[in-house]
Design a protein around this ligand. Structure first.
Ligand code: G
Ligand code: G
Ligand code: MN
Ligand code: NA
Length: 254
């Protein structure tokens, strides 16, 4: 339909942009990294969030070139920030299942890192559980190659997918991001509080880094700290900001 036709030209027209949302060490508040989040700004219209157009990019396969652009743009921006003297932080990029199955993925990542000079150990790829549930050798091969490059792997929205704990044992994952639907009503809701505490304990038992998403208030922070959660992300720290606003926020607060 119309939206699809316009998305086909959005890359060449320069209508995509990235917003950046930081995460911080739960104990010290120090910013540890930033997550790149895709936005579409069609000429003469309001900016559109990913929930409304990423499904179309996935259906059409456009997510592969657009995803490659996201990776390159985010790495280019990181390199520019480093030159400007921003303290070194990590960069998280979200990947779709379609990209993850693309045979060229590893080459695209390796080439982008080389071109931009970003340290592979500062790049974190965010995957969702559904991408790992098919526990095939090809999934394993991609994760092994990412690991060999030094690129980190995070499981996004942990606990909301078709969860199987088996993949945590089989695959080398570095980080679990606890979905904000669980974090939201901690520490008041007993079920969400129990789930969040158990996921932190589970992840730590496996030697993983735990990130709580959607942290909006101090009561949540106090609870997460008490449970030993490593990092927090959410509106309390900052909303996603455009590149310029994020750099200003970093300079002012950190
Ligand atoms: O801000 P927010 O509305 O930015 O993001 C909504 C959803 O879109 C999140 O689940 C996020 O993981 C996903 N998303 C944001 N940017 C990208 C991207 O560049 N690629 C993919 N595949 N998903 C993204
Ligand atoms: O699935 P992913 O985690 O990549 O999605 C990020 C999405 O979560 C973005 O749409 C972002 O705007 C949203 N988000 C980030 N922090 C918060 C928060 O503290 N509260 C709420 N309600 N949404 C958040
Ligand atoms: Mn994410
Ligand atoms: Na998430």
């Amino acid at each position: 339909h119309d939206c699809e036709a316009r998305l086909r030209h959005a890359l060449e027209r320069g209508e995509f942009l990235l917003h950046y949302q930081p995460k911080a060490d739960a104990m010290t508040g120090r910013v540890t990294g930033v997550e790149a989040l895709l936005r579409w700004h069609p000429a003469g219209e309001a900016m559109i969030g990913p929930d409304r157009f990423i499904p179309i990019l996935e259906e059409t396969g456009l997510i592969v070139p657009v995803g490659a652009w996201v990776l390159r743009e985010a790495c280019r921006q990181m390199a520019a920030w480093q030159l400007d003297g921003m303290p070194p932080i990590s960069l998280a990029v979200n990947l779709s299942a379609r990209q993850f199955r693309d045979a060229a993925l590893i080459d695209t990542i390796a080439q982008t890192l080389e071109e931009t000079g970003v340290d592979p150990r500062r790049l974190e790829i965010e995957l969702t559980e559904s991408m790992l549930i098919d526990d095939s050798d090809s999934v394993q091969a991609v994760l092994v190659r990412l690991g060999a490059m030094g690129v980190r792997v995070a499981i996004d929205d942990f606990g909301t997918g078709q969860s199987s704990l088996r993949y945590l044992k089989r695959f080398n994952v570095d980080t679990l991001k606890i979905d904000r639907s669980f974090v939201k009503d901690t520490p008041d809701d007993p079920e969400d509080t129990a789930i969040t505490a158990a996921v932190i304990a589970l992840g730590h038992g496996l030697g993983l880094t735990l990130v709580a998403e959607g942290v909006e208030n101090q009561a949540q922070v106090d609870f997460l700290r008490a449970k030993g959660c490593d990092e927090i992300q959410g509106y309390l720290l900052s909303r996603p900001l455009d590149a310029r606003a994020f750099a200003a926020w970093m300079a002012a607060c950190h």
